[in-house]
Design a protein around this ligand. Sequence first.
Ligand code: FAD
Length: 416
Amino acid sequence: MRKHHSAIALLREALSGHTGWPRAWASPLPRDRYRVIVVGAGGHGLATAYYLGRNHGITDVAVLEKGWLGGGNTGRNTTIIRSNYLQDPSAAIYEKSRELYEGLSQDLNYNVMFSPRGVMMLAQTEHEVRGYLRTERANYLQGVETRFISPAEVKKRVPIIRLDGPRYPVLGALWQARAGTARHDAVAWGYARACSAMGMHIIENCAVTGVRSEAGQVTGVETTRGPIGCDRLAIVVAGHSGRLAEMAGFRLPVESVALQALVSEPIKPCMDVVVMANTVHGYLSQSDKGEMVIGGGADGFNNYTQRGSWHHIEETVRALVETFPMLSRLKMLRQWGGIVDMTGDRSPIISPTPLGGCYINCGWGTGGFKAIPGSGWATAEMIAGDTPGPLAAPFGLDRFREGRFIDESVAAGVAH
Ligand SMILES: Cc1cc2nc3c(=O)[nH]c(=O)nc-3n(C[C@H](O)[C@H](O)[C@H](O)COP(=O)(O)OP(=O)(O)OC[C@H]3O[C@@H](n4cnc5c(N)ncnc54)[C@H](O)[C@@H]3O)c2cc1C
């Protein structure tokens, strides 16, 4: 039974040694059959399940996870949330997502620590200035609040920054004041708790190893815990999408590569916004614990290794030290990688597939944490209605055949 989180509940538990909290989500045995199976208990899979129940009343749902919940990219990312993309379909889904993040803690009754502290994307070449001015104007027409700010305003907001770096000066920045960060694990845990409370099954340590079908229609999956039947299947496995698509009998225009990040020792508060320096390549925010959370690069070759490498530390730290000289005195504590799924146009895929009743949500690449609520909303709408709704429709697989790309390579390349 889910316990309501409130100040009174917290006080009561504090007085009784926090022994009365129930488990956040149940660990049931898999049933033989569900109406909907979602593969992947990352943020996108869990949000899909949640909005299937909340928006469409579909609760006969299982979320199958091969490892532990949130242990994929959802628990490995640098948590930047923004919506100032260039193309209209992107602005629509990322802005929907940012808006949902604003009310997510209340909606889930779980503190996801959304912090709209502002995100700044530095312009360090004339080319970048022109690109960001174009994005600023596109965002104005899309109703997304963002603005290009001067070097003086950059310095005012981020006193630790150096404007006249050895390679590139800071010429201004694209600034989205309502953008920010959230606690990544909490997003997964909050959705999981709400799904479990609706009676859905979240089954960890259950890898999908095959997809069953009959006459072109999905009928279920093979798993390490036995076969499970379903009417609808949603594949939401980020870097493993190619593998799952192969099981379902189709191919995806997606490459899987490791994207890396690192974190420093904790220090006193020194920066209360998120800064991305895309030309030198490094980006930075300060966590509530005081660690500097640092985004690195993506590997230049396809792989499935969830770990860091020396040359990325060197490149990323070099870029950050020239932009924030004070960081040169910090020790780095941890480094890791996650397997991201990159499409050619750097936009996601939310789509029906050649297998009837089987849907896919993938291709979020280096920037899908920010999209979790909007993506779950759109994917649930597609599954419930058996056809993509307005948010998902532009992101269909057909666009690669028809040449109808949603080119976000500038806004979403490796920046977040
Ligand atoms: C280092 C790094 C930094 C990033 N920084 C940002 C950022 O700042 N902002 C941002 O917006 N995005 C960022 N991202 C991208 C973001 O993390 C991802 O786009 C997002 O988390 C994808 O979520 P997901 O739910 O699709 O995938 P995941 O969280 O990876 O979940 C997929 C799940 O599927 C499971 N799975 C795979 N195969 C199977 C199978 N056969 N059977 C059952 N389960 C299976 C996996 O175990 C996994 O738990 C970053 C990513 C990385 C790696």
